[in-house]
Design a protein around this ligand. Structure first.
Ligand code: ARG
Length: 480
C-alpha cells in the first residue's frame, strides 16, 4: 500500500485568507503530503480489488468477443486482446503479474498491462464499456461465486451433522427451555435442529444468487451505449440468466452484496448458537461431549485446562460479519443515482465477511465431526430436573380422562412430594401418587423414564428415535 505521509493540522487556527507559517498555501500547509500523494492514498483500491482479477479477465474476454461479433472491433484486434488477456491470466496464476498502485484499481492495472503486452489494440477493449459497469460486473461475479461456494460449504456442515446424528438418534439428552431441563430429547434430534437451520441458510444463498444473476455489462457509464452491442451475448457468455433491464440500476445497485451479507449474518448467528452449545457442553459442569486436542488448546498457566477456542472464535465471527452488513448498508444509504465513488468501499467488508464465514464453517464442520457424546452423562442429565413431569400429566389425561389443567395440578403436587422426599418422579412409591389421585395405577411408571418419554413423542418432527431417523434419511437423500 501507499506509504501515507502524516497529516499535520498545523494551521487550523490560521485566519482565512492568510498563509500558514510554513509559507505554503493554507491548504498545502494543513497536510505535509502533496495533493497528488494524498489523492492516490485515498483513491487507490488495487490493494484489495486485486481479488477481482479472475472476474475482471472473464468479463473482458466476453466483452471483447462480443465487440468482434457485432463488428465494433476487428477480429484481428480481438485475437490480440484475447491473447494478451490469456497471458495476464497466466501471470496472475504464477504470481508474476505486476499489481501497481499508480494504476489505481484492478481494471486499469489489467488494461495497462494489456497495452504493454499487445500495444495499441489494447485501447479498443474499453469501447462501449466504463469502469462503472465493469466493477458492477466483476463484483457481482465474485459475490455469485461466493454464494455458490458458501452454499456448498453449508451443505458439507449439514452432512457432518447428519453423520453425527445418525448413530445418536436414541442418545438421550435433556431438552432445554430457558436453559432449564424441560423434556428429554436425543442428541441426534438436537443436531438435526441445526441441519434444518443450516438448510434454510443454504437456500438463502441459492435464492440470492438467483436474484442477482443478471448481467450489468453494457450499461457503460450509466446511460447505455451508442454502439450496436449485444448485451444478451455477454450475459449468456458469463452465465447470467439475462442482462439487467435498466442501465442506471445496473451501475448503481449493490443490493446483491447486501443480500449476500444478510444471508451470511443469519448463517453466522446459527453458527454462534451451535458454537455456544459446544462451549457449554465441554465444560466439566455439563460434560456432555468431548472434543479432541485438534480443536482445543491448553492454558499456559493452568495445566488442567482444555479450552474450546475454535468454538469460541466461531461464536465471535458473527461480530465481524454483521459489522460488514451494517457497514455496507450505511455506505449505500442515501447515495443518489447512479455510481458514486463511495461504492468503492463495498468490497472490503464483503471480502472480510466471507473470509470469516468460510473459516467459521470449515472449523465448525471439523468440530462436529470431531465431537463425541458422553452418553452416560447425557442420559443422567436427561432424567434430572423432573423432566418427565409432562409425561405424568399426559398419562393422567390419556388413562384417566382428566382435563389437562387438572392433570397439570396433580403432577405439580407429585413433583413437590418427590422433591420433599429427595426422590425422582419414577422412584415415588405408588401409595404416594395415589394420595394425590387414587385412580393412578402402576402402569404409570412405564412413561416416567426419559427413554419412554422420548420414544412416546411420535408426532411428525418429534423426538421419538424413529421420527428422528426418518428425518435423517430425508436429509441424507437431499444432501446426496
Ligand atoms: N475502483 C472503482 C470501484 O471500485 C471502479 C469504478 C471507478 N469508476 C469511476 N467512475 N471512477 O468502484
Amino acid at each position: 500500500m501507499t506509504d501515507i505521509p502524516s497529516a499535520v493540522p498545523n494551521s487550523a487556527d490560521t485566519p482565512s485568507g492568510q498563509k500558514a507559517q510554513t509559507g505554503q498555501t493554507m491548504w498545502g500547509g494543513r497536510f505535509s503530503a502533496k495533493p497528488a500523494e494524498l489523492m492516490q492514498a485515498i483513491n487507490v483500491s488495487i490493494g484489495f480489488d486485486k481479488r477481482l482479477a479472475a472476474q475482471d479477465l472473464a468479463g473482458s474476454k466476453a466483452h471483447a468477443a462480443m465487440l468482434a461479433a457485432t463488428g465494433v472491433i476487428s477480429s484481428a484486434d480481438e485475437a490480440a486482446i484475447q491473447d494478451g488477456l490469456s497471458q495476464i491470466d497466466a501471470e496472475i496464476a504464477s504470481g508474476t503479474f505486476p499489481f501497481r498502485e499508480e494504476f489505481e484499481d484492478i481494471h486499469m492495472n489489467v488494461e495497462a498491462r494489456l497495452r504493454e503486452l499487445i500495444g495499441p489494440a489494447a485501447g479498443r477493449l474499453h469501447t462501449a464499456r466504463s469502469r462503472n459497469d465493469q466493477v458492477a460486473l466483476d463484483f457481482r461475479l465474485w459475490v455469485r461465486d461466493t454464494c455458490d461456494r458458501t452454499a456448498a460449504q453449508i451443505m458439507a456442515l449439514q452432512r457432518a451433522l447428519v453423520a453425527k446424528a445418525e448413530p445418536n438418534a436414541d442418545t438421550l439428552m435433556p431438552g432445554f427451555t430457558h436453559l432449564q431441563p424441560a423434556q428429554p430429547t436425543t442428541f441426534g434430534h438436537h443436531l438435526m435442529a441445526y441441519v434444518e437451520m443450516f438448510g434454510r441458510d443454504a437456500s438463502r444463498f441459492v435464492d440470492a444468487r438467483q436474484r442477482m444473476n443478471e448481467c450489468p455489462l453494457g450499461a457503460a457509464a450509466l446511460a447505455g451505449s451508442p454502439f450496436p452491442i449485444d448485451r444478451f451475448q455477454t450475459a449468456k457468455a458469463l452465465g447470467f440468466d439475462r442482462p439487467t433491464a435498466n442501465s442506471l440500476d445496473s451501475v448503481a445497485a449493490r443490493d446483491f452484496a447486501l443480500e449476500a451479507l444478510s444471508a451470511a449474518s443469519i448463517c453466522a448467528v446459527h453458527l454462534s448458537r451451535l458454537a455456544e452449545e459446544i462451549v457449554l457442553w465441554v465444560t466439566p459442569q455439563f460434560g456432555f461431549i468431548k472434543l479432541s486436542d485438534a480443536f482445543t488448546t491448553g492454558s499456559s498457566i493452568m495445566p488442567q485446562k482444555r479450552n474450546p477456542d475454535a468454538a469460541e472464535l466461531v461464536r465471535a465471527k458473527v461480530g465481524r460479519i454483521l459489522g460488514a452488513l451494517t457497514g455496507l448498508t450505511v455506505v449505500m444509504k442515501g447515495l443518489p443515482m447512479t455510481y458514486s465513488k463511495d461504492m468503492q468501499e463495498d468490497k472490503e467488508p464483503v471480502f472480510q465477511a466471507f473470509d470469516s464465514l468460510d473459516l467459521a464453517l470449515a472449523a465448525m464442520t471439523g468440530m462436529v465431526a470431531d465431537m463425541e457424546p458422553v452418553k452416560d452423562r447425557m442420559a443422567a442429565a436427561a432424567g434430572s430436573g423432573y423432566s418427565t413431569a409432562t409425561d405424568l400429566a399426559d398419562w393422567l389425561v390419556r388413562e384417566l380422562n382428566m382435563p389437562f389443567r387438572d392433570a397439570h395440578h396433580v403432577t405439580g403436587a407429585a413433583v413437590k412430594r418427590a422433591e420433599g422426599l429427595g426422590l425422582g418422579l419414577a422412584d415415588l412409591p405408588l401409595a404416594d401418587l395415589q394420595t394425590l389421585e387414587p385412580r393412578i395405577t402402576d402402569g404409570v411408571y412405564a412413561v416416567l423414564t426419559p427413554a419412554a418419554s422420548a420414544a412416546s413423542r411420535r408426532s411428525y418432527g418429534g423426538t421419538a428415535p424413529d421420527q428422528v431417523r426418518s428425518q435423517i434419511q430425508r436429509w441424507k437423500d437431499l444432501l446426496a
